[in-house]
Design a protein around this ligand. Structure first.
Ligand code: BGC
Length: 718
């Protein structure tokens, strides 16, 4: 046990570590002094797990364990030191909409607010690191973790990720951007070796991570399970040493995914700093000394097989994270838990992230004074989702389901009936009796609202049973499970005033009923306040402003990963022959019409674009235009700016997103939007020359409300 005197003496070294004036040089001097006092064993203790979610500390020197928690859309329930879920109630917390819903807001300020909630609740719960954001590119709609991720587009990811990270870290907690890199499918995630061109790596899969490091100043990063070009990602020399640490100047610590380290030497030399989750076979008492970064490392260092500076570098990085988060001096802000403000942020993200995909004959918004009865149909209408999905599970303080949200907003004057219409039971086909009951309820109501789509399991232990959006599993195809297509068709037949609300992490094949359905709403997994947010959108108290952060293709066969590339690979390797043609870059270039395009999302209002001016200054451009709300409702439009190079040495996509702004406008109001396109906006990665290139020539600047709704175009030449 340390004496109080000793503890104070140690603490005095760290006084004011979190003041702004504290430079990295001063921090590093303190770290150096501390590391000099440490034995090899103490250093080694810090670079591997000491329990399910901690890595080791050195109590003799006042260095606590580093405490981590999932992430990414809430602070996970407590799993104790040995993975046994704690039987406590104090870990029921704020459940935010999942990452894909956040991205659908196209509002980086909300990213910051979202991160602040996470950081604050993590601090309150005594966590040093929150294991999020997850930002892997959405390459195929089948990936089970798309709901945690953000987008198919690297620019949108880069903009959203920075706010999230700053929000977390401004609360004195480290964010952990994951999963670096190319963990774009869950099937075979522990064996697959991803091969791709340098250009696809640089243009599509890395920009989000680069922004996280260089703009977000993220303090930790998680290496992924898969291999990249033959070497495990977490211990991948090129990814970790060459790109992350050398090229991007990452100063923080690399944490392995749980069980992603495979060998001591490679992981030691190739940039992994903390090994987590490796051998849990001896639960509840695993031998952490047996980890790859355990006793072996002590022996190797002592025998001179590996130099001590290698170990020191890891320890210093971990201490850097601790200093930056005031983990050593106890000056971290206390944080807040389950506040009204946190719940309001959850609701706001849902309100701005829900996307109105289709709305014919103004079926939406529902008029409270006219609608007398509503049939709510579908199991997802009353299914809580927070505990599903795998490691991102949240024990929500509460979760307003769609049915509850609709009931509470509708009040007593509207009669609500509910029919599940199907059962959540993998492999189950349509149950005609349930469908008949649902159709009958629809026939007897003014309006029917079917809430269906994907789901992701009830809790961690059985999360894969009926889960489609979940870790370690991908969806079998894009067809909705449990006979929902038959259900929707039957309900539509019974009542043409049917609104389809889809939950889930991404698109489904709607081909059997999309044309007959007047209104379709994409609700994602909208968090603890999701039901309230959805009801407000349906009744027009919120004017929808979410836009799709990914293309919704008509059918799976249209998806470039499946058509041009490989998925899921041959169990050993997967070749990304779809290359840079991910998402709309493919659909636009190859002229494949999607069901709903990237960037698409309707409003109850309408917006007009005018006065485009495109100016060049040096190697950059400035784009100015006016957006006007021509409707009768206040609302927001996400104005999107795409760039298209007219002629290039290597083929380029039809267009690429390079700027956007969410503009809030009262009816009749207009706003001038200015977007700067820096040199990078015009560049591409030339893998013949192995560098980003700026080519002379003409570039079109395309402005509009979706990738397939370009309203203005201009030109500039360099
Ligand atoms: C997941 C990570 C998660 C970790 C800890 C892994 O299985 O891939 O995203 O942070 O577990 O729960």
């Amino acid at each position: 046990m340390m004496t109080i005197k000793k503890a104070l003496a140690i603490a005095s070294v760290f006084i004011s570590t979190n003041t702004v004036a504290q430079t990295d040089a001063a921090i590093n001097a303190k770290i150096d002094a501390l590391v000099k006092k440490m034995t090899v064993e103490e250093k080694v203790a810090m670079i591997h797990a000491s329990s399910s979610f901690t890595s080791g500390g050195v109590s003799r020197l006042g260095i606590p364990e580093l405490v981590m928690s999932d992430g990414p859309h809430g602070v996970r329930l407590e799993h104790g030191r040995d993975w046994n879920a704690d039987k406590i109630t104090t870990d029921a917390s704020t459940y935010l909409p999942t990452g894909v819903c956040l991205a659908a807001t196209w509002n980086p300020q909300l990213g910051y607010a979202y991160g602040s909630v996470l950081g604050s609740e993590a601090a309150y719960r005594g966590k040093d690191v929150i294991l999020g954001p997850g930002i892997n590119i959405i390459r195929t709609p089948l990936n089970g973790r798309n709901f945690e991720y953000q987008s198919e587009d690297p620019f949108l990811v880069s903009k959203m990720v920075v706010g999230y990270i700053k929000g977390v870290q401004d609360q004195g907690v480290a964010a952990c951007v994951k999963h670096y890199a190319l963990n774009n499918q869950e099937i075979l995630r522990n064996s697959i070796d991803v091969h791709l061109s340098e250009r696809a790596l640089r243009e599509i899969y890395l920009p989000g991570f680069k922004a996280a490091v260089q703009e977000g100043k993220v303090l930790t990063l998680m290496g992924s399970y898969n291999k990249v070009r033959g070497q495990w990602a977490t211990q991948n020399r090129y990814l970790m040493n060459d790109i992350l640490k050398k090229e991007w100047g990452f100063k923080g610590a690399v944490i392995s995914d749980w069980g992603a380290v495979h060998s001591t030497m490679q992981a030691l030399w190739n940039g992994c700093d903390i090994e987590m989750g490796t051998d849990l076979s001896m639960l509840p008492n695993p031998n952490y000394g047996k980890f790859f970064f355990g006793d072996t490392v002590t022996t190797m260092v002592k025998n001179g097989v590996v130099p001590e500076y290698l170990l020191d570098d890891k320890v210093k990085r971990i201490l850097y994270v601790m200093m930056k988060t005031s983990a050593l001096d106890g000056t971290r802000k206390k944080g807040q838990f389950n506040t009204k403000a946190h719940q309001e942020t959850a609701r706001k993200v849902a309100e701005e992230g829900i996307v109105l995909l289709k709305n014919e004959a103004s079926l939406l918004p529902l008029d409270k004074s006219k609608v007398k009865s509503i049939a709510v149909i579908g199991f997802n209408a009353e299914r809580p989702q927070a505990l599903g999905g795998g490691s991102s599970q949240i024990k929500a303080l509460y979760e307003i389901t769609p049915l509850q949200g609709i009931q509470s907003l509708a009040g007593n004057n509207i009669q609500i009936t509910y029919a599940p219409g199907y059962n959540i039971n993998r492999g189950a086909t349509a149950d005609q009796l349930s469908i008949n009951k649902a159709a009958e309820a629809a026939a007897n109501a003014d309006v029917a609202i079917v809430v269906g789509g994907w789901t992701h399991g009830y809790d961690y232990t059985v999360w894969k049973d009926n889960a489609y959006d979940a870790e370690d599993t991908d969806k079998p195809d894009m067809r909705m499970p449990f006979g929902q297509d038959q259900l929707i068709k039957a309900v539509l037949k019974a009542n043409p005033n049917t609104i389809v609300v889809l939950m889930g992490g991404g698109p489904i094949d709607m081909s059997e009923w999309v044309d007959q359905t007047k209104s379709i709403v994409q609700a994602w997994y909208p968090g603890m306040e999701g039901g309230n947010a959805l009801a407000k959108v349906l009744f027009g108290q919120i004017n929808p402003s979410g836009k799709l952060p990914m293309t919704f293709p008509k059918k799976l066969e249209d998806v470039p990963a499946h058509k041009l590339g490989q998925y899921p690979g041959d169990s050993v390797k997967v070749y990304y022959m779809d290359d840079i043609y991910v998402g709309y870059r493919y659909y636009d270039t190859y002229k494949v019409t999607p069901q709903f395009a990237f960037g698409h999302g309707l409003s109850y209002s309408s917006f007009e674009y005018s006065n485009l001016k495109v100016q060049k200054s040096g190697k950059s451009g400035t784009v100015t235009f006016t957006v006007r709300n021509t409707g009768k409702t206040a609302g927001a439009e996400v104005a999107q700016v795409y760039v298209k190079q007219e002629k290039s040495a290597l083929q380029r996509p039809e267009k690429e997103l390079k700027g956007f702004q969410k503009v809030f406008l009262q009816p009749g109001a207009s706003k001038t939007v200015t977007i700067t396109l820096n040199e990078e906006a015009f560049q591409y990665y030339n893998d013949v020359q192995s560098k980003w290139v700026s080519e002379a020539g003409a570039f079109q600047v395309l402005v509009g409300g979706a990738s397939n709704a370009i309203r203005l175009s201009g030109k500039l030449s360099f």
